[in-house]
Design a protein around this ligand. Structure first.
Ligand code: ARG
Length: 468
């Protein structure tokens, strides 16, 4: 071990130990440490340190040989961590000090120069931004795959009709493809939301130092370029105190998980005996330990359940930041676990849902059967009368009476004879039967964004293009 170790710290051998006369209590070390979770940021921390060291050398704040030593040392450390050969030490609190201490132990005094013009406060802000930048992109790719899965499924069932619901009551017939593309739209917006958030994540914080900036002649633009940031933060105090980019990210995660949860709810319903709209592959279901007949939709159930923790993570971070005075406060260390947990939960959920969709089959017979009852083409009859110049409110009342009659007689509208229908309004002709058919109803809905075969085919094509 070289002599630099002696110069670092006081009795405690901590990187900050100079002013301390007593060793930190073990309980305090355990309580304040974050290394057991922030070790995850090692690659980002090292990337930041590389850029920082190069900048220091360029500015003459360290010698170029020292920079070379630092870069070599950091690469060794990175490899050791990659390969699981690095020992993380709780007494060194966090990832920043674990790496810095290891560097000093490896290369001596050059390592002690790395923290020049830097604080852990801007360092941790950098690490989280680099991490979220990477994860936002990864999540965007996962969402794209999920959208593709919807498109594939929609193409498979492009002409299949199912009941569309409001209030979970059969409302109007729609194409299965239209229903599926509704989800593809939601996840498309989520992908956009992540891209929007990236604009604010992708800002370089280093150089803000502890809170006030530094008097040393640094070059922040250079560091930004090294790390691929299009912008440098404006205000050093804001920079070390700000976590709203992370709140935004967690809020997008929450919206994604809520979208997944709605979808899961439908899948659970559809897989039930009562609906029997879909079959989930055996490989994507589990059984019961007591009821031999059961095949349970655990994946959508768990995804739905996990929306609790993802929403909770957002609440944690919002609450965490709420009462904090400027600027950095140690409370902010509590930002990481909710962030990591949401990243893990949401990306796993998106990925497994994508797989599940690829292993799902619609029960087209059941769907067809379900479109028959429920007077789902009643609006079509009203629209038919509107075309015959009947004011819509009157048409609505007329069709209401026809439905009441049907309920009494146990007949769907389409099952009534022309004379039966004609008793409710004038001007009803033979062509009404096409209008009252499920296929006729669906195909009449050619308004932009509607469910007709033609509009859905165009929507599919547009979505496919966007995903390529
Ligand atoms: N582990 C700390 C965190 O996650 C790093 C910053 C600590 N800064 C400080 N002045 N104690 O926030």
């Amino acid at each position: 071990m070289d002599d630099s170790k002696q110069k670092l710290g006081g009795v405690s051998q901590k990187l900050w130990g100079g002013r301390f006369a007593e060793k930190t209590a073990a309980s305090v070390e355990a309580f304040t440490a974050s290394i057991h979770y922030d070790a995850r940021l090692y690659r980002h921390d090292i990337a930041g340190s590389r850029a920082h060291a190069k900048m220091l050398a360029k500015q003459g704040l360290i010698r170029s040989e020292e920079c070379e030593q630092i870069l070599a040392g950091l690469s060794e450390i990175e490899q050791e961590i990659d390969e699981g050969r690095f020992t993380f030490r709780t007494e060194l609190e966090d990832i920043h000090m674990n790496i810095e201490k290891a560097l000093v132990e490896k290369i001596g005094s050059a390592g002690e120069r790395l923290h020049t013009a830097r604080s852990r406060n801007d360092q941790v802000a950098l690490d989280i931004r680099l991490y979220l930048r990477e994860e936002s992109e990864r999540l965007r790719d996962l969402l794209k795959n999920l959208q593709r899965a919807f498109v594939d499924l929609a193409k498979q069932y492009q002409t299949t009709i199912m009941p569309g619901y409001t209030h979970l009551q059969r409302a109007q017939p729609v194409l299965v493809a239209h229903h599926l593309l509704a989800y593809a739209e939601m996840f498309g917006r989520d992908r956009q939301r992540l891209a929007d958030g990236l604009v604010r994540i992708n800002v370089m914080p280093l150089g803000s130092a502890a809170l006030a900036g530094t008097g040393l002649p640094i070059d922040r633009e250079f560091v930004a370029q090294e790390l691929g940031f299009p912008a440098v933060s404006n205000n050093s105090m804001d920079t070390v105190a700000d976590r709203d980019f992370a709140i935004e990210f967690l809020s997008t995660c929450t919206i994604i998980q809520i979208h997944l949860s709605r979808l899961s709810e439908e899948l659970v319903l559809w897989a039930s005996e009562e609906f029997s709209f879909i079959n989930l592959a055996d490989s994507f279901c589990t059984g019961s330990s007591i009821m031999p007949q059961k095949k349970n939709p655990d994946i959508p159930e768990l995804i739905r359940g996990k929306s609790g923790r993802v929403t909770g993570n957002l609440m944690s971070l919002i609450t965490l930041v709420k009462g904090l005075p400027m600027t950095y406060n140690r409370d902010l260390q509590e930002d990481k676990e909710p962030i990591f947990d949401s990243v893990d939960t949401v990306s796993q959920s998106v990925a497994i849902m994508t797989e599940l969709l690829a292993n799902l089959q619609f029960n087209t017979d059941k769907l067809k059967q379900a479109t028959i009852g429920g007077y789902m083409t009643a609006t079509d009859l009203a629209d038919y009368l509107v075309k015959k110049d009947v004011p819509f409110r009157q048409a609505h009342a007329i069709v209401g009476r026809a439905v009441a009659y049907g309920l009494e007689q146990g007949k769907e509208l389409v099952e009534m004879s022309l004379t039966e229908l004609q008793q409710f309004a004038e001007g009803i002709d033979e062509d009404i039967f096409e209008v009252l058919s499920v296929e006729g109803s669906v195909n009449s809905r050619t308004s932009q964004g509607g469910t007709s075969g033609q509009t859905v085919a165009a929507a599919l094509e547009k979505m496919e293009k966007e995903l390529n």
